[in-house]
Design a binder for this molecule. Structure first.
Ligand code: C5P
Length: 309
């Protein structure tokens, strides 16, 4: 049996370029891994089977569309294994369809868990390539820490960071579809007259002030530099997110933003005590289903228990 722990992410910068001919958007995507995470356990089994527990387990598909199942099959195919055999169990804490890359995290965790279970010893570079085939956010879940993602988010460069930052995540009722939020971003750009294609929108780049705030471990400077080009689209599709963002700010957050494509909202706090206070205030505010105080950065997917000898 192999258990892998894997972090959720928040995007401290999500710069979205124009829509490309392949339908994706070029990004300047600064990923930040937080301690809120899932655990995926792999046990020998027949075929690829999946179970899931946790508060949102009912919303998790257990068929071959689940990124954990796809990861197991992709790794087996890469190594020419005739019939992959694994039973995967996901202990889910990351909000489902919440803009925190929870499905991607499970895909990354399953790659690592199956690699250990099947004794394949796949090099990290190869795992990262397989991860990129599974989805734009999957490679970062393997890497963790803080990283700049270019291209559609899969071309990663680790970034220097000092200290620990304290975060609160407000979980909404129900998810948002990532493609729908990107489409809404395009629609809002068309509507405002700027256009939405790569000819219309300059290729985004990482914000130097944001990178300096991360390197300095300065939460006040990071709060001033946080940005998410998908935020207007997420709020347009779910206007009640404006109330959630306001409630966290009123409770003392240094900054509030939508996490990735949402609808989870992220709040940067000045320290752990402040984060606990903001989480309690958000839970009491009636503007979200629940709220979690956590911290980061933390490492990417890691084996926490190896097969018994
Ligand atoms: O890569 P992944 O399958 O996670 O992406 C999900 C969807 O999000 C894509 O089908 C696309 O609609 C949108 N997306 C995008 N540009 C990106 C990443 C994702 O438009 N860079």
């Amino acid at each position: 049996m192999v258990t892998v722990r894997v972090p959720a992410k928040v995007n401290v910068q999500l710069g979205v370029g124009g829509v490309r001919p392949d339908g994706y958007h070029d990004l300047a995507n600064v990923f930040f891994a937080v301690a809120l995470g899932d655990e995926v356990t792999a046990t020998p089994g027949d075929g690829v089977t999946l179970t899931c527990t946790g508060p949102d387990a009912d919303a998790v598909p257990l068929d071959d569309t689940n990124l954990a199942a796809r990861a197991a099959r992709l790794l087996a195919a890469h190594h020419g294994l005739p019939a992959p055999g694994v039973y995967l169990h996901i202990a889910k804490a990351i909000p489902v369809a919440g803009g925190m890359a929870g499905g991607s995290a499970d895909g990354a965790a399953a790659l690592l868990a199956c690699d250990a279970l099947w004794g394949l010893d796949t090099p990290l570079d190869t795992l990262l390539e397989l991860a990129a085939e599974l989805g734009s956010d999957v490679p970062f879940a393997l890497l963790g820490g803080v990283a700049l993602g270019r291209g559609r988010g899969e071309i990663l460069e680790a970034l220097p960071v000092s200290g620990t930052f304290h975060w609160v995540f407000a979980v909404a009722d129900g998810g948002l579809s990532t493609p729908a939020v990107f489409r809404e971003c395009d629609r809002l750009r068309e509507e405002s007259g700027t256009g939405a294609t790569i000819e219309d929108v300059p290729t985004p780049d990482a914000d130097p002030e944001l990178l300096a705030a991360l390197a300095d471990g300065d939460p006040v400077a990071l709060a001033a530099a946080l940005s998410n080009d998908l935020q207007a689209a997420a709020v347009s599709l779910r206007p009640s997110l404006a109330d959630t963002l306001r409630a966290g700010t009123e409770a003392g957050a240094l900054a509030a933003l939508v996490s990735g494509s949402g609808p989870t909202c992220a709040f940067l706090a000045k320290d752990a005590d402040s984060a606990a206070h903001i989480a309690a205030a958000l839970r009491a505010s009636g503007t979200c289903r629940t709220a979690h105080a956590t911290h980061g950065p933390v490492p990417g997917a890691q084996v926490v228990s190896a097969p018994r000898p």
